[in-house]
Ligand binder design. Structure first.
Ligand SMILES: [Fe+2]
Length: 173
């Protein structure tokens, strides 16, 4: 008599995705659909955040220069969270440089040195675009995967705080 519960037979029957997540393939693919744009937006924000960090100048230089480095650190951390949630569900992430460039949802940053006011305005506009991507993921994941939604809710909270810290430098009263 054959023992159908031997590890060899179980492994042969299992589908890798279902085996890892206990979720339906549709739900896993739906999760990837919402997390992928978050990964790309965060990677793009990290690259342009460094560009801004290097080229900002004028009044408040040190404060904003250092704040932009924190923004970069956060964007990298958030990209990692969204990417590794996707991979943990058994699916790959395409965050190659060419893919990021082709699908970058952020408005372009101007080239060269810039005074802190215009530079902050551009980075805040990029944060707004990134927050919109993350909020779409929060809404979309509500019916699909609550753990993934929890990941993007945390990212949204962090980005909004970074936006506040940067935008506060633009206040005139
Ligand atoms: Fe630096």
């Amino acid at each position: 008599m054959t023992n159908v519960d031997t590890p060899t037979n179980v492994e042969a029957k299992a589908e890798p995705i279902l085996d890892q997540t206990q979720a339906s393939a549709d739900d896993v693919n739906g999760t990837q659909q919402y997390l992928a744009p978050v990964v790309l937006a965060m990677q793009a924000l990290a690259v342009d955040g460094k560009q801004a960090h290097w080229h900002i100048r004028g009044e408040n230089f040190i404060a904003v220069h250092e704040l932009l480095d924190k923004l970069v650190d956060h964007a990298r951390e958030y990209a990692d969270l969204a990417a590794e949630r996707t991979v943990a569900l058994g699916l790959p992430v395409d965050a190659r440089l060419a893919t990021i460039a082709a699908k970058n949802p952020l408005p372009a940053l101007k080239d060269g040195f810039q005074n802190y006011g215009p530079m902050i305005q551009q980075v805040v506009a990029q944060l707004d675009a990134a927050i919109a991507v993350v909020r779409r993921a929060v809404e979309g994941l509500d019916d699909i995967d609550l753990s993934s939604q929890d990941v993007v809710i945390g990212i949204e909270r962090g980005l909004v705080e970074d936006r506040w810290f940067l935008a506060a430098h633009l206040a005139t009263d």
